[in-house]
Design a binder for this molecule. Structure first.
Ligand code: HEM
Length: 170
């Protein structure tokens, strides 16, 4: 369902293998939130005072998204992937919660994506090449777009931000 080509998937998996297995996950997500709040201190109040749980949740979601890139078509056709594991459904619902429960606006997805790329860059160094960056930008864009699709079905939220991809790259 996610339209990444094999090369892009490989690049993301290369990076993710390092982040996962070097116990870098917590450091990387910690770096991510530090960068986000340095750049956007006004976002801090939307999050809980204690960020420990939050850091874990973000890592789990990214882990899920990276794993889902490998699902084969037949797993969907044969009904082996249930709704709890359906990335699309999970992200739509997550996007709705972000809009309704956490007050997240569409224009916040760009800065969050930029902070994610920054954390990967800091954490991975030479392993994070321009090609890796481009692949992650695409994956984040797909996740953000799916979450915002879920969000627009909720009343009282901003329409889809069509510019989110460009903001991430800039
Ligand atoms: C790819 C994009 C994102 C992913 C994968 C993601 C992931 C998550 C996850 C897994 C949670 C845990 C709660 C739940 O599942 O509902 C969460 C909560 C939250 N996220 Fe995100 N998020 C993303 C984008 C954003 C953006 C753009 C913002 C805006 C600053 C944001 C702000 C928050 C806030 C405020 C909470 C609730 C914290 C709390 O009160 O416990 N997220 N996010």
């Amino acid at each position: 369902m996610l339209m990444l080509n094999d090369v892009e998937r490989g690049l993301i998996q290369d990076n993710w293998r390092i982040v996962r297995h070097a116990a870098l996950m917590e450091t990387a997500t910690g770096l991510f939130y530090k960068e986000l709040f340095d750049q956007h201190p006004e976002y801090r109040d939307q999050f809980p005072a204690d960020m420990a749980g939050q850091i874990k949740k973000l890592a789990v979601t990214l882990d899920f998204a990276v794993a889902a890139m490998n699902w084969k078509r037949s797993e969907w056709r044969d009904g082996d992937v249930d709704l709890q594991q359906d990335l699309f459904a999970v992200l739509m619902a997550m996007g709705r919660r972000h809009a309704l429960e956490y007050g997240v606006q569409a224009d916040q997805y760009g800065p969050v994506g930029a902070a994610l790329l920054h954390a990967l860059d800091l954490g991975l160094g030479a392993e994070f090449t321009p090609a890796h960056r481009a692949a992650w930008t695409k994956l984040y864009g797909l996740i953000a777009q799916t979450m915002q699709l879920g969000a627009v079905s909720a009343p009282g939220t901003e329409p889809l931000a069509s510019a989110s991809r460009e903001e991430v790259q800039g």
